[in-house]
Design a protein around this ligand. Sequence first.
Ligand code: NAP
Length: 669
Amino acid sequence: MRPVHSFALGAWVAPGPDPREIESAITGEVIARAGGSALDMAAMRDFAVARGGAALRTMGFHDRARMIKAVALHLRERRALLYDLSFDTGATAKDHLIDVDGGIGTMLVYASKGRREMPDGLVYLDGDPEMLGQSGQFQGQHICTPKQGVAVHINAYNFPVWGMLEKLAPTWLAGMPAIVKPATSTSYVTEACVRLIHESGLVPEGALQLVTGGVSDLFDHLRGQDVVTFTGSAATGLQLRSHASLLSNTVPFTAEQDSLNASVLGPDAIPGTPEFDLFVKEVVREITVKAGQKCTAVRRIMVPEVSMDPMQDALTKALTGITVGDPRDPAMRMGALVSAAQKQDVLRAADRIGQEAERVFGDPDTMAGLRGAFLPPMLYRCDAPDDADVVHQTEAFGPVSTLIPYRDTGHAAYLMNRGGGALVASVITHDASFARDITMVAGAFHGRLYFNNRDSMADATGHGAPLPHMVHGGPGRAGGGEELGGIRAVLHYMQRTAVQGSPDILSAITGAHVTGASTDSGKRHPFTRAFDDLAIGDTLVTPARQVTLKDIETFAVFTGDTFYAHMDEEAAAANPFFPGRVAHGYLLLSFAAGLFVQPDPGPVLANTGLDNLRFMTPVSPGDSIYVHLTVKAKRRRTETYGEVRWQVTLYNQDDTQVAEYDLLTMNAY
Ligand code: NAP
């Protein structure tokens, strides 16, 4: 019998005298006990804030990203332990890849995005500075800094590892500590994962605490700097989001709830097309992976009326090949539901669906001989979906799905939307106009739309897979929340603040040069100074260079760019943008480099790109240009070099801006 501990105030706490029993999904035997311990929730919150939050906030985004990567690699080396435990939740070896490897992979993506897309500092910049006054000496910038409370993550039972890690990664990257409360029925897997993280010694004390069992009075102690995320049923979500303390303290609450996800077969995808076969494959996978206990599983299968019979035949044939049994047996394609209670829940929901639809595949009685919480895949068929209600409203959280006909594009989108807001819908079609028309009607009701066909199927990641790069969540019934989506999720754990002030003030706060801030042009050429010797605001002002007609013609002939604006005085003058022949923009960029480059070997290793290039004023033959090159931002990239972002501004002889861009170089430390 495994006692499932909580981890509170830096110590492991055993279950109390009246814990909940947890059964094996495979045998039905009690294998673990959890909960019932008297945890001091107020102290846990304070501990998270005072220790975990304080320690995380002294680290920059890149330090935290490195920490997340190290934790992920630590878990990856030890994942076999988590696989082993997960079998008892009913999951097959393939299911472990989604939960365990999926969770670790999500952490790795966040670690990488944190280093590539966030600054090497403490403040995240949301957008560019806004000019708020005439002279440029009063500007605004949106910044994000970590919330100074704790993130409470309440997770569903179906993904005990992924559910925790996909929320921890953005939370930690933002700089917030977390208290994780897994669903009791699979909490032994989460507990093992938290033990591995704790044993790694990679995470500051207080950055992660674990509550197994109930959360007691935790919500009473939450305040406006805290965040609650919830994944689970709509009923629990409603109960939690209406907690008086969350409402009176305006604690942000993000929910990921049930979802009546649809998969739609395009009218073009008739039997015999690659799309028809792809649809069968995707739908069967979504019904059977994790025994259908996936928030994104396909609950409603929508096909053109004429394809109902062929699709029913194809699905029936494919589902016949699904072996159900002990997930430790590699021959089994589908494991068990998490518990006998969950199995009963699913059967009750299936019975309700059965009032409006006919079961055409999968008899639960065939599993009666098995001890665990086993069910076969069950396919229903509803020929009158407009009159149906339960079919569009009932999430049987198991291997249950309903086949539904649609008449035309509008009808398909209407039926999709009858789910009342969903996490995802897939559309299998090779007809781009059908995809576009569906999107215009169903987009607002869905957090994600997944299109797949013969062109994308080799690469496609699957209807049901929430990816760290893309948002996961949905409107209405799906909870109205949003997770993942790259750096978007990190911002849920940060406060966005509009800061207004002079460029010097904004530069000091953001750690990035703001146009108009003081510069220092009194030092050695910046290309001769190592990464660590460059300060934000260091500037080189070059001498001027005249641009002649001969320069323009030579460049035109050399590059082949003989566009009339450079070569034909009359045609150029007729163009509303030009006074006559003008220099090529690319010629000006090249001359700018010629003006600011220091040619000798030195710390500048490579030019890796230009961002935000704008040509503002045409340069006519006889005009001159000079350049301001200013260190705008820096980020360390590897052990030996970092990236320098230079603000480059070209001026003409009247000090009017001609062009502006960011130049990126890699510089040795
Ligand atoms: P659930 O019964 O609503 O439980 C979800 C979580 O809430 C569990 O950790 C549960 O803990 C906790 N909880 C329940 N009552 C609570 C209370 N009064 N105070 C604090 N915490 C409380 O859902 P589930 O059965 O675990 O999961 C299945 C549901 O989750 C399905 O409806 C599915 O669609 C949904 N789901 C959604 C997503 C998504 O991303 N949208 C993902 C996965 C699952 P205990 O276990 O200790 O009761």
